[in-house]
Design a protein around this ligand. Structure first.
Ligand code: ADP
Ligand code: MG
Length: 312
């Protein structure tokens, strides 16, 4: 396989199953390559191992098989080169929003003066609309505001890789939309490499350059890599008007609803192109079916799907 900026190679995770001779294999032979500056989302049903993969990428969990190489070095533990945003905000409750951000920035840039650290941190809090409330403690902020602090903190430390584990999962749809817009803006400015778990198909299409689809566990696999070739900058309002939007959306939803459990379809990964739609341009690789959906043609039989997110 090609070695990208981040290279996940032959990753597997298993646990001993009580009373059984064989281990429970959560996932195996997971191969992912991420380019510098790429925004990759991963989608799959609950329990297939997404958070475990993200934690291995972060250096917080150990795989049973395989490993991760980032920027030419094997990932063997946590590092300031990798920033993580979890679903539950994980702010330090005794510090203000600003102090939560400066804490990480100070660790990252120990030679900076206090004023430099503060100005840099405030810039990121401003990007997420929290400059005026930066003196508040987490208990004085709403859930959405706390998650914005987490995002500002993660971006402010300018890690080489940003790992987001369903960062908006606990937010209401309106707040989520606002923070998604902020994330697009901040990512557009920073060109960070991002690996994000989401259960929201629309969110993945809005944000990602590529969406990885995982089959259900046990023995889950990354079965497909779907390129989201919709033009940027993207906005939630405009993206749904694009003729290719529903083609991509239908493909992802179809995978999650119909195909994620059909293991035989992906077993062996023989490299045979997987054609599920005649308009799909398929570029099969040995490890994973890489798919680019032709979004240039107008979709005449566009289904009247509701815009409600498909949650899995
Ligand atoms: P996801 O994020 O896709 O929902 P996780 O990575 O959190 O999935 O978990 C993957 C699977 O690993 C789950 O099915 C979970 O039950 C299993 N698992 C996690 N920790 C353990 C453990 N200590 N022992 C046995 N199974 C575990
Ligand atoms: Mg998870």
């Amino acid at each position: 396989m090609s070695h990208g900026f981040v290279s996940v190679e032959g990753l597997g995770k298993s646990f001993p199953s009580p009373g059984k001779e064989d281990d429970l294999i959560v996932f195996n032979d997971v191969n992912i390559s991420i380019d510098k500056g790429e925004f990759v989302c991963i989608i799959g049903h609950s329990g297939c191992g997404k958070s475990t993969i993200l934690n291995v990428l972060a250096g917080l969990d150990q795989p049973s098989e395989g490993g991760v190489i980032m920027d030419g070095k094997e990932v063997s533990g946590p590092s300031l080169d990798r920033g993580v945003v979890f679903q539950n905000y994980s702010l330090m409750p005794w510090l203000t929003a600003l102090q939560n951000v400066t804490f990480g920035v100070k660790a990252r840039y120990p030679k900076w003066s206090k004023a430099e650290v503060e100005a840099h941190s405030l810039k990121y809090l401003e990007m997420v609309g929290l400059k005026d409330t930066c003196k508040r403690k987490p208990s004085q902020l709403s859930g959405g505001m706390r998650q914005r602090v987490s995002i500002a903190r993660a971006f402010a430390t300018q890690p080489k890789l940003l790992l987001l584990d369903e960062p908006f999962g606990a937010l209401d749809a309106l707040t989520r939309g606002i923070i998604q817009d902020e994330l697009i803006k901040i990512w557009g400015e920073s060109q960070q490499t991002v690996f994000m778990i989401t259960h929201d198909v629309d969110e993945a299409i809005l944000l990602a350059d590529r969406v990885l689809l995982m089959t259900n566990g046990p023995e889950a696999k990354v079965a497909e890599s779907v390129t989201i070739n919709l033009p940027r900058p993207r906005t939630r309002a405009e993206i749904i008007e694009h003729p290719g939007y529903y083609k991509i959306r239908n493909h992802l939803v179809n995978f999650l609803v119909e195909r994620s459990n059909r293991k035989e379809e992906f077993s062996g990964l023989s490299g045979q192109p997987l054609v599920v739609d005649p308009t799909l341009e398929v570029d099969a690789q040995p490890e994973v079916n890489s798919i680019e959906i032709n979004t240039n043609t107008t979709n005449t039989n566009e289904p009247s799907l509701s815009l409600k997110s498909v949650n899995v």
